[in-house]
Each structure stands twice: as C-alpha cells, then as structure tokens.
Write a protein that binds this ligand. Structure first.
Ligand SMILES: [Zn+2]
Length: 318
C-alpha cells in the first residue's frame, strides 16, 4: 500500500486514480504541438447589456479515463464515440470569454500560459488576432486556480499579461491554494499544480478582490457557488433575458456529464459536492431555459440543457 492509499486528513480525498491522471496530464506538459492557426474571427453574441466574445486558448490533451471514474467504461466509451470524439483520448477546448460592459472589459480566466500543455496557451495570440489589446482588459475573474484557468496570468519573467486589470477570485479558492503547507497535504504529482497556482495568484495579490457566492463582479454579473471541482470553485451568471450560466470547471465534457451528471470526474477534488453542484446547475439551466457557456465545451461552447431520461442532453446554441 502506498502512502497515497492512506486516508488523508483533508476535507477532500484525492484518489489514487486522480493522482495517476494528474501525472499523465503533466507528462504531456511541455510538449510543443504544431501551432493551430490564430483564430481571427472569434464568436460574439449579446447577452442583455453585455457583449460576449468567446476566445480560444487552444485545447488540452488528456486520457479519456478522466471521465466517469465510477461509470462502466464501455458506457463512457459509447457516449464519447456518439459525440464523434476519440474514446481513448479527449481534447477538451479551453475557451476564456470576454465580457464587454459600458465601462469594463472583463476576462473570465486567463488560460494555460506557456508552461502547461503545448496545445494550449494561445489566448494572447488569439486576442492579438482579434485586435484586442490585453492592456485594455479592466477586470479578470478566476473561476478556480487550476493550470488551464490561471497559468496564463503571468508571462515570461513573471510579468502580468493583463497589467491594468483588477482580479477577482473566491476567498475559499485563494485560501486553499495559498496555504503555505499545501504541498505537505497533497501527493507529489500534484505539487506542480500548487506551485503554479501560488505563483500566478501571488502575482496579483496587490490587486485582488476576494468574492463569495452571491456577490456581483459588476451589476448583472454574479458569483454562484459551485465548489467541489476545487474547494472555492465559482460559476457565474450573467443577467439578460433568461440569463446566461457560466459553469466553468463544474461541467466539463458535455457528452458525458449532461446525460450523467452523477458520474465522477478525475479532477473534481470533492466528488460528492461536485456532483451535487453539477446537478443543481443543469437543473437550473433546464428549468429556466438559460443558455450556458462552457469553458471546456466544443468552441464556442454555447448551449442549452434539455431534460432527457434521467439526465440531460447538450444542445449547441451557436
Ligand atoms: Zn479545473
């Protein structure tokens, strides 16, 4: 029995499988893949008083075994295949969004930056191609502190990629990752996540505002509790017509977690809470007919949740 099979004193348990997946993911870090062409015409739409531009940070490459840890493998396999995806290797999109208000340009997550996976970290290129100056971004909201959401905060030498922005993160997320003893509580394979989170969060410490569920970033953009994926993970809701729900890491692969929100995802730190919040988000979206914008859904990731059987069906809306 390895040390990782021992129960941990933490309020979430990291399974051995999660550790293996984390390691597999990191093994992919640093591989420079062929650069995908810059995306010159990003998808734009209006939501109430807001204009949303969905950007691409590229995509990740991960083993499909991250999905449905507790599910029959052949079922996960079938769902991925039905969606036209490789049942062995998944390539989730990473789609940071920009929200333009009358006075602000708000970026939701900064992407992977240069040090995670070679297929990701393309946000700055794509901003440039779309003629958007990173200096014009006034606010950055972190949904959580995983690599693909915040490692793009700093560039080479530690300089901020979005130097004029105020930063927003949930207090619970900040406190979790900034714990100086966190590495002693997590297996070694996860230490790079901790170091990356601490480096990127520390870079904004003088300009960060801590938020909690129920707070508004600006009027009409509010913070929703969706912890479980990480201890302080937040989703966002944007006002206007039925509202737009932005679940971030709470709902990853739509082909898997719409029909089976109860299945476990390898990167959810607290499975019970993650599943409960995933179900809550999908129920709300289906009941209120709210559009959803998914960070990891096929670009641009705008869709609806329709009830189907005991779960939901993802219906792209772009
Ligand atoms: Zn995440």
């Amino acid at each position: 029995m390895s040390e990782y099979d021992q129960p941990t004193p933490m309020r979430f348990a990291l399974s051995r499988r999660q550790v293996v997946v984390g390691a597999a993911c990191l093994a992919g870090a640093g591989i420079r893949a062929t650069r995908s062409p810059a995306q010159t015409t990003p998808y734009r739409f209006r939501q109430g008083d807001f204009e949303i531009t969905v950007l691409s940070d590229g995509h990740l490459v991960l083993p499909a075994t991250i999905h449905g840890l507790d599910a029959p493998r052949e079922e996960v396999h079938r769902l991925l295949q039905e969606a036209g995806l490789d049942p062995d290797q998944v390539k989730p999109a990473t789609n940071p969004a920009l929200i333009r208000t009358r006075s602000d340009l708000i970026l939701l997550d900064t992407g992977s930056g240069a040090n995670f996976q070679g297929t990701a970290g393309k946000l700055l290129d794509n901003l440039k191609a779309a003629n958007i100056d990173p200096k014009s971004i006034t606010k950055v909201v972190f949904t959580h502190a995983h690599p693909d959401h915040i490692w793009g905060t700093i560039g080479a030498g530690g300089a901020l990629n979005f130097p004029n922005a105020a930063y927003y993160v949930s207090a619970a997320e900040w406190d979790f990752w900034m714990d100086p003893h966190l590495t002693t509580k997590l297996p070694e394979q996860m230490h790079v996540f901790v170091t990356g989170a601490q480096t990127n969060l520390a870079a904004v410490k003088d300009r960060v505002t801590m938020v909690k569920p129920g707070d508004d970033i600006v009027t009409g953009l509010s913070v929703l509790d969706s912890s479980g994926h990480t201890p302080g993970h937040i989703s966002l809701v944007l006002a206007g017509s039925e509202g737009l729900l932005i679940p971030a890491g709470a709902i990853t692969e739509p082909a898997v977690y719409f029909p089976h929100p109860e299945w476990q995802f390898a990167y959810d730190m607290d499975n019970g809470t993650a599943v409960a919040n995933r179900k809550k988000l999908l129920d709300r979206a289906a009941t209120d007919k709210m559009k959803m914008l998914g960070f990891h859904w096929p670009y641009p990731g705008l869709g609806l949740a329709e009830r189907k059987g005991t779960g939901y069906q993802y219906v792209p809306a772009a």
